[in-house]
Design a protein around this ligand. Structure first.
Ligand SMILES: Nc1ncnc2c1ncn2[C@@H]1O[C@H](COP(=O)(O)OP(=O)(O)O)[C@@H](O)[C@H]1O
Ligand SMILES: [Mg+2]
Length: 150
């Protein structure tokens, strides 16, 4: 099952992110894919602020993982675009076991490391302000989430 949602501006993309009730799923993993400028970070910022994170979310491109611990649930924000440049094993899989929410930009770069159960969201650029988000749930929990937001 796939759920397609058209977003006509940045706010609409933020609304979709805010509608995910992450506090109900303390181990959730969300995988974002899509070209540069398609809205992945816009989504993460809105998602984080809905979780209660006050800190400004900045792209962790050079550190790959940034952790936010100022809300009820920890948030692990990854941008794995440059992972191939890093020689060290940064233990991405360990994060999927931790209590907390993991959200990954460019998740298709680490396909073989992703957990079986997850929510994938593909961002497609249609024009300057229009994006299509394709939500693909893997697992019952994620099916339910999509049922609520899509
Ligand atoms: N419908 C939309 N949804 C999300 N972002 C949009 C939309 N329309 C325009 N934008 C703009 O597209 C850009 C998306 O940037 P960003 O979220 O950093 O992309 P990514 O992280 O995928 O590289 C922002 O400048 C945002 O204002
Ligand atoms: Mg980004």
């Amino acid at each position: 099952m796939e759920y397609k949602i058209t977003s006509y501006n940045e706010r609409e993309t933020a609304n979709i992110a805010e509608n995910i009730e992450a506090e109900k799923f303390p181990n959730m993993v969300i995988c974002l894919t899509g070209d540069l400028g398609s809205g992945k970070t816009v989504f993460v910022k809105a998602f984080a602020s809905a979780l209660g994170i006050k800190e400004d979310i900045t792209s962790p491109t050079f550190n790959i993982i940034k952790e936010y611990h100022d809300a009820e649930l920890p948030l692990y924000h990854m941008d794995v675009y440059r992972l191939e440049d890093t020689r060290e094993d940064i233990g991405i899989e360990d994060y999927f076991e931790k209590s907390g929410v993991t959200i990954i930009e460019w998740a298709d770069m680490i396909k073989d490391k992703l957990p079986e159960e997850r929510l994938e969201i593909k961002f497609r650029i249609i024009d300057e302000n229009t994006r299509v988000l394709v939500l693909v749930p893997y697992g019952k929990v994620y099916e339910d989430i999509c049922g609520v937001i899509a």
